[in-house]
Each structure stands twice: as structure tokens, then as C-alpha cells.
Design a protein around this ligand. Structure first.
Ligand code: HEC
Ligand code: HEC
Length: 354
């Protein structure tokens, strides 16, 4: 498989999601820097789009509020590849919003609320005019947004509209304005060009709102985000903790592949912090199985567990949280394996926990 520059940046962006707490802290509140680290791989350096849809389009910037942008960043689009950036602080998220705003000087102008539409009529209008791009029940188009392959006949994927992240972020006014304006420069046409009246638009807005009841369950899930890492405070001193972890790995018939200090290669040889160890483990069969399900799992293989002694003497044991894999890669086939991996990691961490 050939990996181009953008794909590489994408892998890095996704990887950062897991280690993001510290990296984001280092990036401070510089919106441009934060965007470059977390968003540019998908949305393009200047918001011109890629795997993620364009963000710099005038029609987009004038039809969404700062609150919409803020919530979209925080909630993401669960089940789509747009991640939820729960680990960014309010300040950092505002800084990114400000950076996105720097691409357009025109004012936001929302079309105020029309009459409540008729969702049943909206359903028909949607089926006739929207479903071919946005999917029958607004599940979103194929291509980008779902996976990493861009279909050449679909330059920009139609976002999912029945998505808890979208529905929680977008007000009726925002949806109505989007429909009336369309998004010039994308396949999304203004309603008038699709032959729809103002009443039709109100009906479709009501239909899109009606997705909300269907996704309420999913919304609940989104409201309790899965932590990106598993963390345990060890009841034992550093060296003993490392021994117990290794025994726990071997007891599960997984092989210890190698171990190294967290700062290997970053500091002069011999100067590494000996109390910060990463243990890599797994077996060929497990690795092959996971790679067959999704090659992107290569990022997190072999498995690794980190043992750190903090300045206060506390010993911390951490790993990625495999429950994030399925959602991160938007690959339902990973669900089962993620749960299995989660059990293995948790059980190993459990052996040293206080
Ligand atoms: C030819 C394909 C196509 C059709 C038909 C179409 N759309 Fe879209 N739609 C898109 C694309 C592509 C985007 C993303 C545009 C962008 O990059 O900003 C979009 C964006 C949207 C958005 C904004 C979603 C978001 O996440 O911001 C809404 C709402 C929307 N469409 C609703 C509709 C409705 C309702 C209809 C039918 C009346 C419709 N669309 C018809 C392709 C289409
Ligand atoms: C892994 C790729 C990826 C990353 C990283 C990513 N996005 Fe997205 N983003 C997407 C996709 C794809 C969509 C469209 C959602 C869909 O397909 O349903 C999207 C949608 C959005 C939207 C909604 C756009 C609209 O038309 O309503 C905003 C705003 C957004 N992203 C901002 C960001 C910001 C800011 C960051 C960084 C903090 C970011 N995204 C990181 C892929 C990504």
C-alpha cells in the first residue's frame, strides 16, 4: 500500500487523538497551530477540504454560528470519521473557531424561523431530492466521511444529517439557511435550484428534526464519551509493577516483543528516564487478524502499555482505550475485537491496581 503525504498526516492526526491531552496542552491556545495539529490533515491547511468537507467556503461560513462550530468540534459526528475533540479546553476550542473565522470576513446571516413544517411531507421531499446524496434516512453519503478512500465521482461527501453531533449543533435556522443558500463550490445546491418552495424547505427542516427522536439513544452514548486512555495507579513500586505487567502479559499467551524508555532517541544515550517504560507485546496471529480487519490498526500494534513513575513517586500504568477503535476508524467490524482487546488491557492493568 502506498501512503501519500496526506494519508500520513491523517494517521498522525488520528494518533494524536490518543495522546492528545498532552500535545494539545503544549499547543496552548494558538488557534492556527491547534487547527494544523488536529484538523488540517482532513480539512486542508486552509480549510479547503479533503477527507473532511471544506470549511472555508463563504456559503458555509455565513450560514453557521460560532456556537455551531464550537459544538461540532466538541461533539464531532459520532459514527462518522469527524472525531469529537472532548480533550480540548473551552479556550482552545474557541481559538480554533476564531481561526476558522479568519477565512471569511462576511457576516453570518441566518434566515429566521419559518412556520413549523410538516415532517410527513418533508419525508417525501427528502426521498425525492436529498436521499440520493445524503442517504435514505440522512445517514450520509458514501466515500469520504465513512472511510479514507475518496470516490472520484463524489468530490465531497454529503454529510450525515441524522447524526447526533449534527442535530445537537445545528439550530433550525442553520439548517434552513443551508438549504436556502446551498453551498456554492460543492454539489449542495440552493433549494430554489432543486425546485423547492419555502414551504418545502420548512417541511424538510421538520423532517430532519424528526431524526432526533431516532438518534436519542445514540446521543446518550455520545454524551458519555469513551476515555481515550486507560489509566491505573499501581499499588506497587516501579520495578515490581513492570514485573507484574510482564507476567500478566505472558499469562495471556501474548509475547513481549520489546521494551524501551519513553524518551529513547529523544535524549542522549544513557540519559533516558529509566522510570518511564513502554512495553510492546502481542503475537503474530493477533496482529494479522487485526490488520486484516482494518490495516489502520497498524498504528496501535503491537499492543503497548506504558509504566511511569511520577515525581511524587506514584506509579501510573496506561494504555490506549481499545473501545475507541471502532468509532475512531468508523469500522463496525472492529467492535468485537475492540471489546476483546479492552478486556485484555483492563485485566492486565487490574493486576497492579490499588
Ligand atoms: C448532489 C448531492 C446533494 C443533494 C441532492 C443534496 N445535498 Fe445536501 N449536501 C451535499 C454535500 C456535498 C454537502 C456538503 C457541502 C459542504 O462541503 O459544505 C451537503 C450539505 C448539506 C447540509 C449541511 C450539513 C452539515 O453537516 O453542515 C444539509 C443540512 C443538507 N446538505 C441538506 C440537504 C437536503 C435537505 C437536501 C434535499 C432537499 C440536500 N441536502 C440535497 C450534497 C447534496
Ligand atoms: C479524520 C478526519 C477529520 C478530522 C481530524 C477532523 N474532521 Fe471535521 N469533519 C470530517 C468529516 C468527514 C466531516 C463531515 C461529516 C460527515 O461526513 O457526516 C467533518 C465535519 C466538520 C464540520 C461540519 C462542517 C459542516 O459543513 O457543517 C466542522 C465545522 C468540522 N468538521 C471542523 C473540524 C475541526 C475544527 C477539526 C479539528 C479540531 C476537525 N473538523 C477534525 C473529518 C474530520
Amino acid at each position: 500500500m502506498q501512503i501519500d503525504r496526506n494519508q500520513l498526516r491523517l494517521f498522525i492526526a488520528l494518533f494524536l487523538l490518543f495522546v492528545a491531552t498532552e500535545t494539545s496542552a503544549n499547543a496552548g491556545t494558538d488557534g492556527g497551530k491547534l487547527f494544523a495539529i488536529h484538523c488540517a490533515a482532513c480539512h486542508g491547511d486552509k480549510g479547503d477540504g479533503g477527507i473532511g468537507i471544506p470549511l472555508a467556503l463563504p456559503d458555509f461560513l455565513t450560514s453557521v454560528t460560532d456556537d455551531y462550530l464550537f459544538r461540532t468540534i466538541r461533539l464531532g459526528r459520532p459514527g462518522r470519521i469527524m472525531p469529537a475533540f472532548q480533550h480540548l479546553s473551552d479556550e482552545q476550542t474557541h481559538a480554533i473557531v476564531k481561526h476558522i473565522r479568519s477565512w471569511g470576513r462576511k457576516e453570518v446571516k441566518l434566515v429566521p424561523g419559518g412556520a413549523a413544517g410538516n415532517a410527513e411531507k418533508g419525508r417525501d421531499i427528502f426521498a425525492r431530492n436529498c436521499a440520493r446524496c445524503h442517504g435514505p434516512l440522512g445517514k450520509g453519503g458514501a466515500g469520504t466521511g465513512v472511510n479514507f478512500t475518496r470516490l472520484h465521482d463524489v468530490p465531497i461527501v454529503a454529510p450525515a444529517l441524522n447524526n447526533p453531533g449534527y442535530l445537537a449543533a445545528a439550530s433550525d435556522e442553520i439548517i434552513r439557511t443551508t438549504l436556502l443558500k446551498g453551498r456554492r463550490g460543492t454539489p449542495m445546491l440552493p433549494a430554489a435550484k432543486m425546485g423547492l418552495s419555502g414551504q418545502d424547505v420548512d417541511d424538510v427542516v421538520s423532517f430532519i428534526r424528526s431524526f432526533e427522536t431516532q438518534v436519542q439513544k445514540a446521543d446518550k452514548k455520545a454524551a458519555t464519551p469513551v476515555e481515550p486512555t486507560l489509566i491505573t495507579v499501581s499499588a506497587k513500586p516501579f520495578a515490581e509493577t513492570v514485573d507484574i505487567i510482564k507476567q500478566a502479559i505472558s499469562a495471556r499467551r501474548l509475547r513481549i516483543i520489546r521494551q524501551h524508555h519513553l524518551d529513547d532517541g529523544l535524549v542522549a544515550q544513557g540519559k533516558e528516564n529509566k522510570k518511564q517504560l513502554i512495553i510492546h507485546f502481542g503475537n503474530i496471529q493477533q496482529i494479522n487478524t487485526l490488520l486484516a480487519i482494518d490495516p489502520r490498526m497498524g498504528l496501535f500494534l503491537p499492543n503497548r502499555i506504558t509504566v511511569l513513575e511520577q515525581e511524587d513517586g506514584k506509579v501510573i500504568v496506561t494504555s490506549v482505550n481499545p473501545l475507541r477503535f471502532g468509532n475512531l476508524f468508523n469500522n463496525a467490524n472492529l467492535e468485537h475485537t475492540s471489546k476483546e482487546l479492552h478486556q485484555i488491557y483492563s485485566a492486565i492493568l487490574e493486576e497492579v491496581s490499588e
